[in-house]
Design a protein around this ligand. Structure first.
Ligand SMILES: Cc1ncc(COP(=O)(O)O)c(C=O)c1O
Length: 865
């Protein structure tokens, strides 16, 4: 990561102008830490210049501890290959050795010896030829290891070319376009031309060795074959690449070496696919790299690179170090390096042994297959292959019968030995199925990533590599810490998200309907206040122009053909604010603490909030040029302007789309506090109106208004957000409360809130909440109470309907503008490890699926071996 120098003064100046940041803290204090500790030790500590006087260690700890608490939860980070957990004893060993420098061999000879033993073990694991002298080194990760592997190939090629009197200034290297950035970095940093072999979707987005051949010539220093593509987990075919290069050599005399990028695969293949030939058994493989910090199961900061024989390392690359009377050699980019990761790697080798690594690889692959099968049989197409059986062939006849290391529970799973399936990493790469996309064309795959993030899971959605760039891929890396229980939960959440986006009653739905109207709106007059002469934002009791009071809003809200929401700018600011609070809420909840979201309604985002009209059904309500006249009074003078439905269905001064739109409305602070508008209430009311609007098939709005509708729905979803609660089974109920410094809103909300909370609690406890939630934000169903219902029952049913369920509309159009419901999370449902409510239909479906799937039956007989 490259970081730029930050000038604190400049930063403060910029923040004064920034629409979101300017309110975050007192201007003058932005360059300083804000500590919460009672002794306030950190309050004078600058952030971007070194403090003159240091902090007590406790305060420094507290500051950084708090700041790093904002990081994501590594357990739920399914985006990363990097390992996140080691046993207590390993942690102890790491702490004991964290002050040792691996390169100080004189001072720390033990670390050096352990390093050498690691190389020997890895050489053995990767089947290094007995006759050769395997040589290798620890690195910071696979990236450094790849640089060293590439450099060695370059030097060897140059040497050979020099010897033959040929040009040695134009080296190139060949690898698939699916390569991790480290490979391209090597090429750029070391002046080697990159020859990217485009990949194909049908190949699983990996390099086809046959395609690679055409990129090779006499200047090719080597081919890098990837054992475990970062995109899909597929293994590229090292053996085939080698065979084709043998044939090439026979035809042309070109002798092209292979480097295997086994960043992840070199710690999976030896244990899970022992018969797969990808390592030093293939004579053309001259070097292999791996990441100790991926499936080597060590914390970040460790990679390895090994050469099949020391002759592959040019003498110019190797530096001599003399210590304890003997000579040691180094080939690294860095001189100093921490010894602790190397020691931690040896801890794993000793503690797990071959069988331990094998068990973990099997378990990871089993869980990955479970996820793959669940996704493949529902709304997704799985692009990774590790769940597809190979019925015949050499690979399936591997050591699948060697199950002696498994006992008890593991043996029950023995029927799904990975060797029965296509080899690959425990990675699940998937995309929405064509059928799902056809039936739900409005759904964007990236929403799945965002919605899973709201549930705590980090599942990236990214573009496929060159050659298949039109495809987006969602990817889950299954690591040791992703247990079967968590996997089941993940399946429920992914399917639940896919289901919640289906149909028309979703917060994102229907935006495609307006596609015909989508066009760049840049030239069109923006609905700025300047477009309207009398618009004024002056504060004071004598407000003029288009300003909106609470009562006016209430009146407009009653009119079914308008939605009134905030402007895009205000919505974006509010989304930011609520998002930050939601993250904190989730964080605290997962730590087992309670948290009440705080929104300062006296803050400028709220007091300067601006609003816009969204005309609904304009073709019906404003036919044939009829429109709306808006009046404004300044002193004695009253002015007005007439607005009609323009060609793009927005309200404008004329029907042309270049006419100014209806201006934004401000809501200045009134002397009479009860007249002040709360933008949250506006948005929550608009949310109800827009949800209903989008249920109507023929409902259309122009792109700008569609954006406003989308943002309004997004903000409401965030306001209704419920945090993911961890397995800790937090029993305490967490209430969302909008705290503000004007209590007239609170006064109005209180009775309804109290009633709703009590009722919700009752409903949950009495189990009157079975059935599918059908998109309800409450997460459960409140059935229609029927004609003899009490007022309370009827109100509860109304609240349920307002929460976004897709039940039919109520028979009458009576008062639907109760105050917004706030989510209540009561975790008295022991059956859910997370305490989150879930759509019953999805979880039931998953359970059914699990029980009918090919997966091992937990009650099946234990296979005796
Ligand atoms: C195939 C591949 N090569 C290289 C790397 C870089 O590894 P590291 O992060 O250990 O430098 C990665 C990282 O994900 C990878 O997947």
């Amino acid at each position: 990561m490259l970081s730029r120098h930050i000038d604190a003064e400049e930063l403060i100046a910029q923040c004064r102008e920034h629409p979101h940041k300017k309110h975050a803290s007192h201007h003058g204090r932005r360059g300083y830490h804000q500590s919460w500790r009672r002794d306030e030790d950190a309050s004078e500590t600058p952030k971007y210049t070194m403090p003159k006087v240091g902090l007590p260690s406790k305060s420094a700890y507290q500051l950084l501890h708090d700041e790093t608490a904002l990081d994501g939860n590594p357990l739920l980070n399914l985006a990363s290959f990097v390992h996140t957990w080691m046993p207590e004893e390993a942690n102890k060993l790491i702490v004991e050795n964290m002050n040792k420098n691996l390169v100080d061999l004189d001072e720390y000879p033990a670390a050096g010896i352990i390093h050498n033993r690691c190389i020997s073990m890895l050489g053995d694991l990767w089947k290094a030829p007995k006759e050769g002298k395997v040589i290798g080194t620890a690195t910071a990760g696979s990236s450094e290891a790849i640089m060293l592997g590439g450099l060695a190939m370059k030097k060897r090629w140059q040497e050979a070319r020099k010897k033959d009197g040929k040009d040695y200034f134009h080296p190139n290297i060949v690898f698939g376009s699916n390569a991790q950035v480290a490979l391209e970095k090597f090429a750029r940093y070391f002046d080697v031309e990159t020859r990217l072999v485009p990949v194909k979707l049908e190949n699983g987005c990996v390099m086809d060795p046959n395609d690679a051949l055409q990129y090779i010539d006499e200047n090719t220093i080597g081919v890098i074959v990837i054992l475990g593509s970062t995109y899909t987990g597929h293994f590229e075919d090292v053996e085939l690449m080698s065979r084709l290069l043998d044939e090439l050599q026979a035809r042309t005399g070109l002798d092209i070496p292979i480097h295997v990028d086994g960043a992840s695969g070199a710690f999976i293949a030896p244990f899970a696919y022992p018969n797969l030939k990808w390592d030093f058994r293939v004579p053309r493989v001259v070097s292999i790299n791996t990441s100790g910090h991926k499936f080597g199961l060590v914390y970040p900061g460790l990679g390895w690179v090994l050469w099949r024989d020391e002759s592959y390392l040019h003498k110019d690359l190797v530096f001599e170090l003399h210590y304890l009377g003997s000579t040691e050699y180094t080939f690294t980019l860095n001189f100093s390096k921490p010894a602790a990761p190397v020691i931690a790697q040896m801890f794993n080798f000793l503690n797990l042994g071959f069988d331990g690594y094998k068990k973990i690889a099997y378990k990871d692959l089993r869980n990955a297959r479970m996820l793959s099968k669940a996704l493949d049989s529902t709304y997704f197409t799985v692009m990774s292959n590790i769940h597809r059986r190979i019925d015949t062939g050499e690979m399936s006849s591997s050591s699948s019968s060697d199950l002696s290391i498994f006992s008890g529970r593991e043996r029950r799973h023995s029927n799904d030995d990975p060797n029965q399936y296509i080899p690959g990493l425990p990675v699940v790469a998937f995309r929405l199925s064509d059928k799902y996309k056809k039936e739900n064309p409005h759904v964007k795959q990236e929403w799945i990533q965002s919605m899973l993030r709201a549930k705590g899971w980090i599942v990236p959605n990214y573009g496929a590599p060159q050659g298949a760039e039109d495809t987006e891929i969602l990817r889950v890396v299954v690591r040791e810490t992703l247990s079967e229980d968590l996997m089941e939960r993940l399946i429920i959440d992914i399917l639940g998200v896919a289901e919640s986006l289906m149909g028309t009653d979703t917060m994102f739905a229907e935006s495609h309907r307006a596609q015909g109207l989508h066009h760049p709106d840049h030239e069109h007059a923006r609905p700025e206040k300047d477009n309207f002469g009398n618009g004024s934002t002056e504060e004071g009791p004598e407000q003029v122009g288009f300003s909106l009071s609470r009562n006016l809003h209430y009146t407009f809200d009653k009119l079914g053909f308008y939605g009134l929401t905030c402007t895009k700018k205000t919505l974006l600011s509010l989304i930011d604010i609520v998002h930050v609070e939601n993250d904190r809420w989730t964080e605290r909840t997962n730590e087992g603490a309670g948290y009440v979201r705080h929104f300062d309604l006296g803050g400028p985002t709220f007091t300067n909030a601006e609003y816009e009209f969204v005309p609904l059904y304009p073709n019906h309500m404003f036919m044939n040029g009829t429109g709306m006249t808006a009046y404004s009074t300044t002193g004695d003078a009253t002015t007005f302007k007439h607005y009609v439905v323009a060609d793009d269905l927005a309200l404008r001064e004329g029907i042309s789309t270049s006419q100014p739109r209806f201006p934004v409305l401000s809501s200045p602070r009134r002397l009479q506090a009860s007249d002040n508008l709360n933008p949250f209430l506006v948005v929550l009311n608009a949310d109800m109106v827009f949800r209903r609007f989008r249920r109507v098939q023929a409902a259309v709005a122009c792109s700008e208004l569609n954006d406003l509708i989308d943002l309004t729905l997004q903000l409401a979803a965030k306001i209704y957000h419920q945090p993911l609660i961890d397995q800790a089974k937090i029993a305490a109920a967490t209430l969302m409360k909008i705290v503000h410094d004007e209590d007239e809103d609170a006064e109005m909300e209180e009775p309804a809130d109290k009633y709703r909370k009590e009722k919700t609690r009752k409903t949950r406890r009495t189990g009157n909440s079975t059935g599918a939630s059908m998109g309800s934000r409450l997460g459960y169903v409140v059935p229609d109470p029927g004609p003899n219902a009490s007022t309370e029952e009827w109100l509860e049913y109304k609240i349920y309907q307002m929460s976004g369920c897709d039940l039919p509309d109520p028979p009458s159009d009576e008062d639907e503008d109760e105050l917004p419901t706030e989510p209540l999370i009561l975790n008295d449902d022991d059956s859910s490890p997370f305490g989150v409510t879930e759509t019953v239909n999805t979880s039931e479906r998953v359970r059914n699926w699990l029980s009918n799937s090919e997966l091992p039956d937990p009650d099946a007989e234990v296979i005796d071996t």
